[in-house]
Design a protein. Structure first.
Length: 353
């Protein structure tokens, strides 16, 4: 197949990004389900540590999208942060409130295996901490918010390529300085900011039309990236202060390969649907996966096939439930928040006149 450049106004752009989101979310869900199944089976069901790469791919996608939506556009710092806050906080705060209610009624259902007590204040304000959040996956949002703030400071009001490169240099510098600072990486792992920089760089390349649609190249890149990531994770680098340095290049290879597949993703509507609801899936699936140990104990299952079957079934249930959360909670809530802010601005403008 002859390679061709993927134009930014083609639907393959949106489909590739949505597919990337869907795959990243699925990797995280399978990783967490495998952890529970592994413990319940006494180690008979293997862990799926590779699934943590889903988070690193999410950071790549975030860097890519933030460059793409601000590139060569004039946007104030307030407008930018407003859009990001509307995107991140409504669903997260809603689920954090739900988790807080569960925590108050049945504390053992929230972070039961954590070594530190749940930090409720940090959960809502997303400040760095080594303690678990009410919605434990929320730790990644701390990095997202810091990245947004840095991007607004360095790259706006007009995100030209040179501004993007400057932001990447700042992100890379933060990664190295953080490593040398001696700060506990469990509180803040600065190396992860390097992954946002890689995502921005891929976004610049994409915007310039440098990424070409090629299935053979995509497959080779993704396979090589997955292999390198597996090696790094097997050596324990995925849970160390070097995570960003170890997984940035493999994640970039996987993400680049996903984009390069272009129109291929139009055939996989299920993956695209999961991509649409990936944020809901990422945050909500722990609420459903808690049913794995509860169901296994309730039914008295002990054999590996039974535990595996329950785990797979509840994994599928979490995907469906999260899509419902997206349709009936996340999307309407986000639209409502946008409408409220727009109305407030209109009212303020009217009063000013």
């Amino acid at each position: 197949m002859k390679s061709q450049s993927i134009a930014v106004d083609q639907p393959q752009y949106v489909e590739s990004i949505q597919a990337g989101r869907g795959i990243a979310a699925l990797l995280v869900v399978i990783h967490h389900a495998a952890q529970k199944a592994h413990a319940l089976s006494g180690g008979a069901i293997p862990l799926f540590d590779f699934g943590i790469i889903g988070v690193d791919i999410f950071f790549m996608i975030s860097g890519f999208i933030i460059y793409f939506v601000t590139a060569n556009k004039t946007m104030t710092h307030v407008e930018f942060m407003e859009k990001r806050i509307i995107r991140v906080f409504p669903l997260y705060w809603g689920l954090s409130l739900l988790a807080l209610v569960v925590f108050m009624l049945a504390p053992k259902l929230i972070n039961s295996n954590a070594q530190e007590p749940t930090d409720i204040a940090a959960s809502f304000f997303l400040w760095p901490t080594s303690a678990p959040y009410l919605v434990n996956n929320g730790w990644t949002l701390t990095y997202e918010i810091i990245f947004y703030g840095l991007w607004a400071l360095v790259a706006l009001p007009t995100a030209r390529p040179r501004n993007a490169y400057l932001a990447c240099l700042v992100l890379a510098a933060a990664s190295f300085i953080g490593l040398l600072s001696g700060l506990d990486y469990k509180v803040m792992n600065f190396s992860l900011f390097l992954e946002f920089a890689f995502g921005v760089t891929i976004g610049v390349a994409f915007k310039k039309g440098l990424i070409r649609q090629s299935a053979p190249v995509s497959i080779v890149l993704m396979a090589a990236g997955a292999f390198l990531a597996h090696l790094a994770i097997s050596e324990g680098l995925g849970s160390s202060e070097l995570r960003g340095f170890a997984l940035a290049i493999p994640s970039a290879m996987i993400f680049f390969g996903l984009i390069s597949l272009g129109a291929f993703w139009a055939r996989l509507r299920v993956i695209l649907a999961i991509g649409d609801s990936s944020y809901s899936l990422y945050l909500f699936h722990p609420f459903i996966l808690v049913a794995i140990p509860l169901t296994v104990k309730l039914l008295g299952f002990r054999s590996t096939p039974q535990i595996l079957a329950i785990s797979v079934a509840i994994c599928i249930a979490s995907i469906w439930a999260s899509h419902m959360v997206y349709r009936f909670v996340e999307f309407p809530l986000t639209q409502m928040m946008r409408g409220m802010i727009k109305s407030a601005k209109s009212f303020s403008a009217a009063r000013a006149r």
